[in-house]
Design a protein around this ligand. Sequence first.
Ligand code: UN1
Length: 499
Amino acid sequence: MTALSLDVQKLSNYINGEWVEVNNTTAVINPATGEEIVQVPLSEAESVDAAVQAAKKAQKDWALVPAPQRAEVLYRIGYMMKERKERLSQLLTMENGKVIEEARGEVQEGIDMAFYMAGEGRRLFGQTTPAELKDKFAMSQRCPVGVVGIITPWNFPIAIATWKSFPAIVSGNAVIWKPATETPIMAYELAKIFEEAGLPKGIVNVIFGKGSVVGDAMVHHDDIRVISFTGSNDTGRNIASECGKQLKKVSLEMGGKNAVIVMDDADLDLAVEGILWSAFGTSGQRCTACSRVIVHEKVKQTLEERLLAAMDGLSIGNGLDESIKVGPIINQAGIDKIKRYIEIGKEEGARLLAGGYELTEGDHQKGYYFAPTLFTDVSAEMRIAQEEIFGPVVSLISVKSFEEAIDVNNGVTYGLSSSIFTNDVNRVFKAQRDLDTGIVYVNAGTTGAEIHLPFGGTKGTGNGHRDSGIQALDVFTEWKAIYVDYSGKLQRAQIDVES
Ligand code: UN1
């Protein structure tokens, strides 16, 4: 295990290309060890305003830089992230707790996003279309919105930041970024990369602090025209209603209650691997994590047995150790929430097959660890099968048919990710059609979305927008329709069309 150190003990805001100190700070804790890593600012609303003033000025010039040249900076950012991948990954494990292998995967997601969005610098496609009238040209074009606000979560502190900031940058916006206070180090490291890669001052500004202060100031700032948020449902709803009052564009991604469906014809060993990876990877702290297994009654018992055997082999501990498979939970509040749901599950009559407790002995004494947990005999309406727990807890629900499996999958308020294990091609295509989620997997778990496809979900998962993919550009651009009349006379549109 290597223990990297930072070059500072106290982080500063990054405004207009300068590091600006803030007096009030709080500790960032390594969830694996309980040790303090660094101090992070708790900024006031004034910092947001200072950043917006700088961003407004910088954005005017940035919008005039040809998009392929804006993209050059993103290519440099991508290469620098690649060079620093191991350092970034280790720091990510230290601040977030996810195991090093997954941290490397997350940093890679950011690198991929840099190159993908850099490519968009030469596309940013609009449409050309025939005009209704003679000697007239019609087209549409994407335009930057101006200053945009991004609010990113602690569970994917670098990947999600790239999903939001890179499309914003390449399409000519300036960004005010509030990272989660639990995981500010990725933001610090990324800001240094932005600076060294030559991103002009003021194009990305990082303001550390609480959602209730910094996030709130962003949501209410007249000059921030877009808010892109990933985080909890309650916060997302609040942001949406505040943005609604101001007619501000808002893009939300707020979690899931994702299920793996295992049919009676499935490859059960493969299904077990898929469940294990997507339920207990990142200690279940992914929006895409599998927290329900919907299993055909004919294979329920066998699946339970194989799952239990496989769960036995999961090593739990500090994710910097390469042999560890399950890292810690982000903090005590996370542990407390999981514990509450364990009690709820028991009261509801679900049968606890494994786990269900916090690990507090030996190596686990100082960090926040929870044992991988399996409930069975869960019914679809129970709270543990309906509400997001955000921990390593899986509920097994038995069904009698494919149709019932689809109904159970869709019978939750969320709609992010779903998966089906089956070898029946007809079921595969029916499932693709009928699963009401933004992401569907066949013969794979519920996690592992790729950055060039839209990421997001239906129903309570979001509000119709998508992160990543070219769809992310819709969040950070306005469409402009442009007509050029080269007839030399005034043509009055529809009125001049001969019938
Ligand atoms: C999240 O948990 O919010 O698909 C993001 C996945 C990852 C991203 C998860 N690529 O699991």
